[in-house]
Design a protein around this ligand. Structure first.
Ligand code: PGA
Length: 251
């Protein structure tokens, strides 16, 4: 059980009703049976409406819960429809995903993401900070430039770096079935880690990969040994597939 690929984050996106909780029994049992797999970290990020129910469901199971976004405001305030980090923390959630490309596409910029990261950390949430290039940027060979820009701006003046996980999610791979070639992925992950260590003073940077991770491609992706885990969208909504991904990687 020395595999360092140990983070498995389930991003449920805009899926799930209360009745969907039954499907989690399989994952809870799987986690129980693998008690000794101390390094294994399973984190579920359902929609806001299910956060409380997930936290309750995962009590005593060593599975953590996180939100998919939060407001950049730390205090209570008028923005209708928003939820801040302290409200998320008060439900006993441990994580929040920030900077997801599906939010960036709706106008969330680096400055706002930076404020959100700061607010989340202040409220003792761990942050899963998503970065990634579009297909056009990839074609123009701008990947490194884009990632540096997102990291520099998103992490501007941020402390508590040990509470940040980076998720490299190429926009062109999210929900498309496309994944980077292993050697390309390896190169990008090394690049991110070197930058985080040397320029951002991270002691032990952790980088996950996200984008179309599935039971079919995990045997290939797990060969990218500088990764610390996976952020799984579509495939995580099916417990059997999610367990399959964990098993094929970790066990
Ligand atoms: P996907 O989504 O696995 O469905 O591509 C990943 C994500 O958006 O985090």
């Amino acid at each position: 059980m020395t595999n360092k690929l140990r983070y498995f984050v389930a991003n449920w996106k805009m899926y799930g009703h209360l009745r969907s909780l039954n499907s989690l029994n399989k994952v809870i049992n799987f986690r129980k049976k693998n008690k000794k797999a101390k390094n294994l970290k399973i984190i579920y990020c359902p929609p806001f409406t299910l956060l409380h129910a997930f936290v309750q469901k995962f009590k005593n199971s060593n599975i953590k819960t996180g939100a998919q976004n939060c407001s950049f405001l730390s205090s209570f305030g008028p923005p209708t429809g928003s939820i801040n980090a302290s409200m998320i923390k008060s439900l006993k959630c441990d994580y929040v995903i920030l900077g997801h490309s599906e939010k960036r596409a709706k106008g969330e910029n680096d400055k706002i993401i930076n404020k959100k990261i700061s607010s989340a950390l202040k409220n003792n949430l761990k942050v899963i900070f998503c970065i990634g290039e579009t297909i056009l940027q990839k074609r123009k060979k701008m990947t490194k430039k884009i990632l540096l820009n997102q990291l520099n701006k998103g992490l501007h003046k941020i402390k508590k770096k040990e509470n940040i996980l980076i998720a490299y999610e190429p926009v062109w791979s999210i929900g498309t079935g496309l994944v980077p070639k292993c050697e390309d992925l390896n190169r990008v992950i090394s690049f991110i880690k070197i930058f985080l260590r040397n320029k951002m003073k991270f002691k032990n940077p952790k980088v996950l990969y996200g984008g179309s991770v599935s039971p079919q491609n995990i045997s290939l992706l797990r060969k990218v040994l500088n990764l610390d885990g996976f952020l799984v969208g579509g495939s995580s909504q099916n417990s059997k597939k999610f367990i399959d991904i964990i098993k094929k990687t970790f066990i």
